[in-house]
Design a protein around this ligand. Structure first.
Ligand SMILES: *Cc1c(COP(=O)(O)O)cnc(C)c1O
Length: 396
């Protein structure tokens, strides 16, 4: 893409749609899909991803907080949006204003929501979360029945769903997950009314699709990654995101010359070094210093020295004919080679989720359908920028 900043993410909306359909195929027609698009759709861009997921058959969207839900509503999305995180009572008015579906676990927030709904002459659908063993968020199982009875007394508020979250669904040993599942079903059975029950994250969809119940909540699978390497490769997932840049400068070093802050990389021979204009402020972990690599001209070029805030260097001595503005792939494919998010995550001692979520707003996102750019989102709109929707630019 020779347009704008020489660092960009390409998000393949066809891959998102494909992954949604893979999930639906796995869980069968009786369960619905809530596309989890919190954290800016794991860095991919919430609005474009949410639209693609809904078009591909997702019926609900999941976000972590009111602002994320409001962003989707302001973009015109109409599907139910479940707020999966804690909602403080003082955000009740906004939650109602944006027609969100909050999770309630306290009387105080439930009362605030009921009041806000009555004032707006509407009603607010809510879900109750049960903490079946994650000790993170939700009501203890023994408190659910009483809480649900309390919700029943509030006009303006209608209880719609009941859910829980698994702590170890992405591990090979599913004993604890089954235990959590049994605890959840026990709670659900004791309630007088039928609720939309949902427990399954991506790992559960892949390995325990018999727990799909009425709805599933995949996040990472929509983006084409497996939650961990212990999860069975039972879905045909396509990674949706590539991160690309271009060589900004080439320099020649003599043996003994050093690269970047702290001089942690020393040339042991006459070396060619390429500058890549991407840094930890863009979300590239500093832990990749002297560890990670990029793809240039179909070859791996290892990172030389420390990753800086806005740029880093790679050793291209072994790659002939490298030129300024050559494409450098940080995540994704080039020629025969691929650098996966999982590889980057491992080098940075973390999980794919964190690498994806960390991609900052400074990185332009280009959205692709049929291999063509249909939309882009950048930090600022420059006057005179082409509209790719009409131009249909093809990324090189
Ligand atoms: C983030 C989240 C999910 C999605 O998890 P993945 O592992 O990405 O599939 C599902 N449910 C809840 C409550 C979450 O917070």
């Amino acid at each position: 893409m020779k347009l704008g900043r020489p660092l960009w993410a390409e998000v393949d909306l066809d891959a998102i749609a494909h992954n949604v359909r893979q999930v639906q195929r796995r869980i069968g027609p009786r369960s619905q899909v809530m596309g989890v698009v919190k954290a800016n759709a794991y860095g991919h861009g919430a609005v474009a991803v949410a639209r693609a997921a809904l078009e591909a058959g997702a019926t609900h969207l999941g976000v972590a907080c009111v602002d994320e839900g409001a962003q989707l509503r302001k973009a015109g999305l109409k599907a139910p949006i479940v707020v999966l995180g804690y909602l403080p009572p003082w955000e009740a008015t906004q939650a109602v204003q944006y027609s969100l579906t909050p999770t309630v676990t306290t009387q105080e927030t439930a009362l605030a929501l009921a009041r806000a709904a009555q004032e707006a002459d509407t009603h607010v659908p809510v879900h109750v979360k049960v903490d079946t063993g994650m000790a993170r968020f939700g009501l203890p199982p023994q408190e659910v029945e009483g809480f649900v009875a309390f919700l029943q007394t509030l006009s303006g508020l209608s209880l719609e769903g009941l859910y829980t979250h698994f702590a170890t669904a992405d591990e090979a040993d599913k004993t604890y997950t089954r235990q959590q599942y049994r605890a959840f079903l026990g709670v659900a059975e004791r309630l007088p009314q039928a609720l939309v029950r949902h427990v399954a994250n991506s790992a559960t969809v892949a390995d325990l699709s018999d727990m799909s119940l009425d709805m599933v909540r995949p996040g990472i699978a929509l983006y084409g990654c497996y939650p961990s390497n212990q999860v069975t490769r039972s879905l045909d997932l396509r990674p949706a995101l590539s991160l690309k840049s271009r060589v900004a400068r080439l320099s020649t070093l003599s043996p003994g010359d050093t690269v970047s802050y702290g001089r942690t990389w020393t040339a042991d021979r006459a070396s060619r070094i390429a500058l890549i204009p991407c840094g930890y402020a863009d979300g590239l972990p500093r832990l990749l210093s002297n560890r990670g690599a990029v793809l240039i001209r179909g070859r791996r070029a290892p990172i030389a020295g420390r990753v800086c805030m806005d740029q880093f260097m790679v050793d291209v001595t072994h790659i002939p004919d490298v030129e300024q503005h050559d494409e450098a792939v940080l995540i994704g494919r080039q020629g025969e080679l691929e650098i996966s998010v999982e590889e980057v995550a491992e080098q940075a001692q973390t999980i794919s989720y964190e690498i994806l979520c960390a991609l900052s707003a400074r990185v332009p996102r280009y959205y692709l359908r049929d291999g063509r750019v249909v939309e882009r989102s950048t930090l600022v709109e420059h006057q005179g920028d082409e509209t790719p929707a009409s131009g249909g630019a093809t990324p090189e």
